[in-house]
Design a protein around this ligand. Structure first.
Ligand code: ADP
Ligand code: TMP
Ligand code: ASP
Length: 237
């Protein structure tokens, strides 16, 4: 697979064309951002850890019937994916209260949320990813009604698969963000699933094992991502 030109450089990954017009290469960099790109630092090994972690999760999800963009891992930091027409919304499911949900509604951090909540956010750093609803998505043409339903169904199905996976490894999947796009008209999971885009707590101590370690300056960010991987049986070396 021949790597072509860089089409886009985001906060943490770069997207490259390939010699196949239907395929892209995602290059995972060490850049780590918080607060919608306000703070960016390089954390050694992060690109590699997230790329390998993401490959493991995407393969698990595909085996359980989730349509994903993931084709294969090409190297420590690069993966081959299907080109998607990305939908500019983020789908968030929460099993425990944390982050913006607590700030928005005055909910106490850590309470169990049953049934889990589902939220859409607009993917727009300049506006700080505001929360939006189905009506906004349809009226402003960000996605069609049938695609909204498909994203909700798939995001909730991902929850049932991953909640169990993390729990069996003594971790709580607190919340996570997914991004979808269209491939031949079909809603397909894109982007990445890694400790950068979810919250994971140790089941007994509730120690934070995700990007909140970076956001809140708790230290040992990548060491803890590796511990999450080790517990799930992912070979990150
Ligand atoms: P951001 O754009 O939020 O800064 P990243 O640094 O992770 O995020 O950049 C990766 C970009 O690639 C994101 O904008 C994401 O929506 C986009 N993307 C992810 N998967 C695909 C795909 N399969 N096809 C096209 N674009 C994708
Ligand atoms: P929040 O509590 O800040 O709304 O975030 C909920 C979850 O979604 C958390 O795991 C972080 C993730 N997330 C991202 O990774 N990127 C984003 O832009 C947003 C809004 C959330
Ligand atoms: N993913 C967003 C960013 O990189 C939000 C966050 O992680 O706080 O800025």
């Amino acid at each position: 697979m021949q790597m072509g030109e860089e089409l886009y450089s985001g906060k943490a990954k770069s997207v490259f064309s390939t010699d196949d017009p239907e395929l892209y290469i995602l290059h995972f960099r060490d850049d780590t951002s918080a607060f919608d790109g306000e703070r960016v630092e390089q954390l050694s090994d992060k690109g590699k850890v997230n790329n390998i972690f993401n490959a493991f999760i995407m393969e698990k999800l595909a085996k359980k019937g989730i349509p994903t963009h993931f084709v294969k891992r090409l190297s420590d930091t690069d993966s081959l994916v299907k080109k998607l027409d990305m939908i500019p919304v983020e789908c968030v499911v929460r099993n425990y209260a944390a982050g913006s949900l607590c700030r928005r509604y005055g909910i106490e951090e850590g309470i169990s949320i049953d049934p889990p909540t589902f939220e859409f956010f607009l993917k727009n750093d300049a506006l700080h990813d505001p929360i939006i609803n189905d009506s906004h998505i349809i009226s402003f043409g960000w996605a069609k009604a049938e695609h909204i339903e498909a994203m909700k169904t798939l995001t909730i199905k991902v929850n049932s698969i991953l909640k169990k996976l993390f729990l069996e490894a003594d971790m709580l999947l607190v919340d996570y963000k997914l991004e979808f796009g269209l491939s031949n008209g079909e809603i397909t999971l894109g982007d990445e699933f890694s400790p950068d885009g979810c919250r994971i707590w140790d089941k007994s101590t509730r120690n934070k094992m995700d990007k909140d370690r970076f956001r809140q300056n708790l230290g040992n960010v990548i060491e803890t991502y590796k511990e999450v991987g080790r517990r799930l049986g992912i070979d990150l070396d």
